[in-house]
Design a protein around this ligand. Structure first.
Ligand SMILES: NC(=O)c1ccc[n+]([C@@H]2O[C@H](COP(=O)([O-])OP(=O)(O)OC[C@H]3O[C@@H](n4cnc5c(N)ncnc54)[C@H](O)[C@@H]3O)[C@@H](O)[C@H]2O)c1
Length: 438
C-alpha cells in the first residue's frame, strides 16, 4: 500500500519504519526539516530501541521518502496516518493547533484528488474532535463528503516509548472507530496480520477509550505507589504485597468491578478504605487518590438524588435496597443512603427487595432494620408489581431475570425509570428509562 504519515515523532517515525519494513511504500511528512534530513540520511529522528538499524535498512530499501508537501503526499498515497502531537495547553486543555492546521492542508489536497482516500487520525484526540471539528474542516475545504470523496476514521495508538517497535508488532489490540466499511477494510489490510484482536467501534468510543487506557495506567501506577508509601510506613514489603495482589486474576487483574453502575457499599469496601486512610494519616503518609475514593463514591449517590428530585415526582418505588444483587446486607448500602435522603425530602417511598424481605421475615436482618432503618423497613412491600403500581418513578438497583420480567410486564407509559444497574439493551420497558450516567 502507499501510505503517507504526517508527524514524524515517536508514533509517526516508528510507524513509518515498521510499515516500510513490512513492504509498504511510505511518505513521511513533517514541518521540522531536521527530522526530514535525518530520515533522508537513514537516521532515526527519535531515540528508540531498534530504530537505528531499522531506519537504515528501510531507507536503503528505497521505500521511504520524506517531504514537507502535504498535497503531494496525499496525492501520492492511498491512506494517510495523522500522528502529529496534541500536547497540553497552559490551561490543561488539548492543544489541537497542529491537527487543525493539518486537517486544512489535507482538505486542500483532497480537493485535487479523484481516487478514494482514507484519513486515519492516530493522534490522541479528545472525544468528538474527529466528527465535530476535523470532519467539518476537511469537508469544507475539500468540497467533498466523508464516506463519499474520502473516508475518515480514528485508530488510537498504543505503543510505549522505549519498546515501541515491539509494541507496534504486538499491540494489545487494534481498535478502529469508523462510520463506514471502506476504511475498516483498508486498515485490516494494513494491520490485520498483527497477533491481536481487530475491534471496530464508533469514532467517539475509539477516541474516549484511548483516554481511558492512559487514565487507567496512571491510576494503576498511583495505586501501586500510594500502597508502597503506606507499606513503607508500616514496615511491609510493597513488592511482595503488589505481587500477591496481581496474582488474583479473578477479582483484581480482571474485568471484575469495571462495569459502570451504581456506587459501591457493603460491609467491607467503605470501612476498609476508611481504615486505610486513617492509618495513612496516623503515619503521616499522603495518599490523596485512595483518600479521595469515598468522596467520588458519594458524588455518584448525589447524582442519583439530583436526577430523582429533578423529576418533580413525589412517589418513588425502589427495586432493591441492599448494597448489591444477591445479598440482604444493608450495611452502607448506597440505596439506603439514597432512600434516606429522599425520605428526608418528604418523598413517598415504597421498596421491593426480595432478599431483604425474606431475611426480615426470617428474623436474620430484622434487628439491623429495626435499629438502623426502621422507617425504611416499614416501607417494604413483598411484591414488585405493587411497588410499580403505586410509583410515578422507579429506581432499579437490583438486576435479576425475574425483576426484568416483572418490570417488562408492569411498567406503564408515563412512568420514569432510573436505571442504576445497566439494564439489558433488549429489555423493552413501556416507561421512560434513563441510565444514571449512560
Ligand atoms: N509518544 C507515545 O508514546 C504515544 C503513544 C500513543 C499515542 N501518542 C499520541 O500520538 C500523537 C503523537 O505523539 P508523538 O509522541 O509521536 O509526538 P511528537 O511530539 O514526538 O511528534 C509530533 C510530530 O508532529 C510534527 N508536526 C507538528 N505539526 C505538523 C504538521 N502540521 N504537519 C506535519 N507534522 C507536524 C512535529 O514536528 C513532530 O515531529 C500524540 O497525540 C500523542 O498523544 C503518543
Amino acid at each position: 500500500m502507499k501510505i503517507s504519515i504526517f508527524g514524524l515523532g515517536y508514533v509517526g517515525a516508528v510507524s513509518l519504519a515498521c510499515l516500510a519494513r513490512d513492504g509498504h511504500e511510505v511518505i513521511g511528512v513533517d514541518i521540522d526539516p531536521t527530522k526530514l534530513d535525518l530520515i533522508r540520511e537513514g537516521k532515526t529522528p527519535v531515540v528508540e530501541e531498534g530504530m537505528v538499524d531499522l531506519m537504515q535498512a528501510t531507507v536503503a530499501s528505497g521505500r521511504v521518502t520524506v517531504t514537507t508537501d502535504v498535497v503531494a503526499a496525499v496525492l501520492a498515497s492511498d491512506i494517510s496516518l495523522v500522528c502529529v502531537g496534541t500536547p497540553s495547553a497552559l490551561n490543561g486543555s488539548q492543544d489541537q493547533g497542529a491537527v487543525l492546521r493539518l486537517a486544512e492542508s489535507v482538505g486542500m489536497a483532497l480537493r485535487e484528488k479523484a481516487e478514494p482516500h482514507v484519513v486515519v487520525f492516530r493522534s490522541t484526540l479528545v472525544p468528538g474532535t474527529v466528527e465535530e471539528t476535523l470532519r467539518p474542516i476537511i469537508e469544507a475545504v475539500s468540497g467533498k463528503k466523508d464516506g463519499e470523496g474520502f473516508h475518515l476514521c480514528f485508530q488510537p495508538e498504543f505503543l510505549r516509548e522505549g519498546s515501541s517497535i515491539r509494541d507496534y508488532d504486538k499491540p494489545p489490540f487494534t481498535v478502529v472507530g469508523a462510520n463506514h466499511d471502506y476504511p475498516i477494510e483498508r486498515l485490516q489490510q494494513l494491520f490485520g496480520h498483527l497477533p491481536c484482536k481487530f475491534l471496530r467501534t464508533s469514532v467517539r468510543s475509539a477516541e474516549m477509550m484511548k483516554y481511558c487506557c492512559n487514565n487507567f495506567h496512571a491510576l494503576k501506577i498511583t495505586f501501586a505507589n500510594e500502597t508502597a508509601r503506606l507499606c513503607e510506613a508500616l514496615g511491609v514489603n510493597p513488592f511482595e504485597v503488589m505481587d500477591l495482589v496481581c496474582q488474583d486474576t479473578q477479582l483484581n487483574i480482571s474485568r471484575a468491578y469495571l462495569r459502570p453502575g451504581y456506587a459501591f457499599g457493603g460491609s467491607c469496601l467503605p470501612k476498609d478504605l476508611r481504615a486505610t486512610t486513617y492509618l495513612a494519616k496516623t503515619h503521616d503518609v499522603d495518599i490523596p487518590m485512595l483518600a479521595g475514593i469515598m468522596a467520588s463514591n458519594r458524588s455518584h449517590v448525589e447524582l442519583s438524588i439530583t436526577k430523582l428530585l429533578e423529576t418533580g415526582k413525589r412517589k418513588i418505588g425502589f427495586v432493591g435496597l441492599s448494597f448489591k444483587t444477591g445479598t440482604d446486607d444493608l450495611r452502607e448500602s448506597p440505596l439506603v443512603a439514597l432512600a434516606e435522603q429522599l425520605v428526608g425530602k418528604g418523598i413517598q417511598l415504597s421498596i421491593y427487595d426480595p432478599e431483604v424481605h425474606l431475611s426480615r421475615l426470617l428474623g436474620a436482618n430484622r434487628r439491623f432494620i429495626e435499629q438502623h432503618v426502621p422507617h425504611l423497613g416499614a416501607l417494604m412491600k413483598p411484591h414488585l408489581a405493587d411497588v410499580v403500581a403505586e410509583s410515578e418513578v422507579l429506581v432499579v438497583g437490583l438486576a435479576t431475570a425475574e425483576i426484568f420480567k416483572t418490570l417488562a410486564e408492569t411498567v406503564k407509559p408515563g412512568q420514569y425509570v432510573l436505571d442504576l444497574v445497566g439494564l439489558p439493551a433488549d429489555l423493552k420497558l413501556q416507561g421512560e428509562v434513563e441510565g444514571l450516567c449512560w
